[in-house]
Design a protein around this ligand. Structure first.
Ligand SMILES: NC(=O)c1ccc[n+]([C@@H]2O[C@H](COP(=O)([O-])OP(=O)(O)OC[C@H]3O[C@@H](n4cnc5c(N)ncnc54)[C@H](OP(=O)(O)O)[C@@H]3O)[C@@H](O)[C@H]2O)c1
Length: 255
């Protein structure tokens, strides 16, 4: 897929969708900087990549995306000497209505899902200009259409989508492409991290299965394949696009 020897940064590579993205990019021959905070989970992703794709070059960057953009860039450049692709995947969830809004939670979600993306993309920018590289943001179906009880998360992803479109216009003259994938429900740790477990998770999952027109939820690798496509030269005439990977859910009218 023309990602051979490209140097790619994947944030949130220690879990779920990010780990799958790292795996698909490695399969396509990329050299991958794996970013996350959980050291043992990062090591597990790295071990999977090295076991499946012999000779693959990887780097673990233990970093908090909300605080350590420069460290991520410096460590990647020190190991690989260039950056071709940035995948802004790290993200956190929140749910609940405006009446119950916790402003600390609001700040934490906006910090991770939006502010950290802005800062890391800015830090990587001069290096992407040199390589005429690409950015792929992992947004959500919740950025494309409203969902009741998804106020904080939906606002963070809608803002991220506008960031994708604006920066795509800004960077097009320099040959840097910026796109997003917008997944529907995918089974990962994202829900348990905010305490949705057991019966509550089963109820949520059943509802999710029924609310996607294709009649099921998504798989991490379905998202990862789309990220790899947008990162590669196969998408060379695509920029500013928001690519729904959501079983058709973005076209449903909100109730
Ligand atoms: N799962 C879904 O249904 C779904 C649907 C639409 C969009 N998405 C989006 O997909 C992306 C990945 O989510 P996921 O479902 O794979 O969730 P996940 O399994 O909970 O993984 C989240 C990843 O983000 C990382 N992360 C979070 N905050 C971070 C920080 N401050 N610094 C560094 N890393 C941080 C975590 O790293 P550590 O654990 O190492 O801290 C972890 O690797 C998110 O942007 C999410 O909004 C998910």
């Amino acid at each position: 897929m023309s990602l051979s020897d490209k140097v790619v940064i994947v944030t949130g590579a220690s879990s779920g969708i990010g780990a799958a993205i790292a795996e698909v990019l490695a399969r396509e021959g990329a050299q991958v900087a794996l970013v996350g905070r959980n050291v043992s989970n990062l090591e597990a992703t790295q071990a999977t990549l090295q076991q499946k794709y012999k000779g693959i070059k990887t780097l673990n960057v233990v970093a908090d995306v909300t605080k350590e953009a420069d460290l991520i860039v410096q460590q990647t450049l020190k190991k690989f000497g260039r950056i071709d692709v940035l995948v802004n995947n790290a993200g956190i969830l929140a749910s609940g209505p405006l009446a119950d809004l916790d402003i600390v939670e609001f700040d934490a979600v906006l910090n991770t899902n939006l502010r950290a993306v802005v800062l890391l993309t800015k830090a990587v920018l001069p290096h992407l200009v040199k390589t005429k590289g690409a950015v792929v943001n992992v947004s959500s179906c919740a950025g494309l259409r409203p969902f009741a009880n998804a106020l904080i998360y939906g606002v963070s992803k809608a803002a991220l989508d506008q960031f994708t479109k604006i920066v795509a216009l800004e960077l097009a003259p320099q040959g840097v492409r910026v796109n997003s994938v917008n997944p529907g429900f995918v089974q990962t740790n994202i829900h348990s991290r905010i305490g949705i477990k057991d019966e509550a998770y089963k109820t949520l999952l059943d509802r999710a299965i029924n609310s996607h027109p294709l009649g099921r939820v998504g798989d991490v690798f379905e998202v990862a394949e789309a990220v790899a496509f947008l990162a590669s030269s196969k998408a060379s005439f695509t920029t500013g696009a928001l690519f729904p990977i959501d079983g058709g859910k973005h076209n449903l009218t909100p109730r």
